[in-house]
Design a protein around this ligand. Structure first.
Ligand code: HEC
Length: 256
């Protein structure tokens, strides 16, 4: 018995697909699906061309389809086929429409440019030139410097470690519930890249001081201006750098 044309077409198409897929399965490195789609397009065109090269071939391929839709007395088969095709299309669409329960990805600038000036503690700070007034003690009075770092540590463990963590790695016990997560200070890619005036701004103004591009997600970083005094903020900044072994970024090299 000869295979009916449409079935032969289907078998050849499946064979072409398997030829493209098989090597990938054997060597565990599948051919990319976009490439398979591209080759399958050419395969189908070639199969159609080959099968319809003669009148008889064309009749063998399309004859059964034409008879199904044109001949009287075949209504039942006709409607079954039409319904099956529509149902298959609906099923495929439904399978591809499965909802995703992942949270949407939000682009957020983690380290936005700070404003030029900032109003706090009844004054206006010029953030582009602002320096940590306690920093010079590192050379001038190491003992007092050390004392301030220690006080900064106390401030940190009273106010910040719940979120930023006892190891300053951003993994405080509240951190898991926060999005965006608290930033780590240890390591070389956060405060090591920032100036002390930047930290001063972030600590004083907190999450609500962030510009638009950093705020698709709400930051839980508190604004500390109402809770910490100006010198306490500078002390905690000293502590963050000392404890993590980082040095703040400077605008210009110190002369000396
Ligand atoms: C309720 C949790 C919470 C507490 C408490 C908290 N922070 Fe944060 N902090 C965050 C979160 C979340 C971020 C990251 C989002 C952002 O940048 O606003 C952050 C960011 C920062 C940044 C910016 C770091 C960077 O790389 O840009 C600094 C600096 C900072 N915190 C310092 C502190 C200091 C100092 C304290 C204590 C005085 C403190 N934080 C207390 C949650 C907290």
């Amino acid at each position: 018995m000869r295979i009916p044309g449409p079935l032969q077409f289907a078998l050849l198409t499946i064979a072409a697909y398997l030829v493209l897929k098989a090597p990938g399965l054997v060597v565990q490195a599948p051919v990319p699906s976009s490439l398979v789609t591209l080759y399958m397009f050419f395969a189908v065109v070639v199969i159609l061309l080959a099968m319809t090269a003669t009148e008889a071939g064309t009749e063998r391929l399309f004859g059964p389809v034409r008879r199904l839709f044109a001949e009287p007395g075949r209504e039942r088969t006709r409607y079954t086929v039409v319904f099956a095709v529509a149902a298959a299309a609906a099923l495929i669409t439904y399978a591809n429409l499965r909802p995703s329960y992942e949270a949407p990805v939000l682009a957020r600038t983690v380290h936005p440019a700070p404003p030029r000036t900032m109003d706090a503690y009844g004054r206006t700070f010029d953030l582009s030139t602002l320096e940590n007034p306690l920093r010079r003690l590192e050379k001038d009075d190491p003992q007092r410097f050390e004392e301030y770092v220690r006080q900064g540590g106390t401030i940190y463990f009273r106010n910040c470690f719940f979120c930023h963590g006892p190891k300053l790695d951003g993994r405080g016990h509240l951190a898991k519930g926060l999005d965006p997560a608290p930033l780590p200070f240890a390591g070389t890619d956060t405060i090591a890249q920032l100036s002390e005036s930047y930290l001063f701004w972030r600590i004083v103004k907190g999450g609500r001081g962030l510009p638009e591009e950093s705020r698709p997600a709400l930051s839980s970083m508190p604004a500390w201006e109402g809770y910490l005094k100006e010198d306490e903020v500078w002390k905690v900044i000293l502590f963050l750098y000392e404890y993590t072994g980082n040095t703040p970024r400077r605008w210009k090299e110190e002369k000396g």
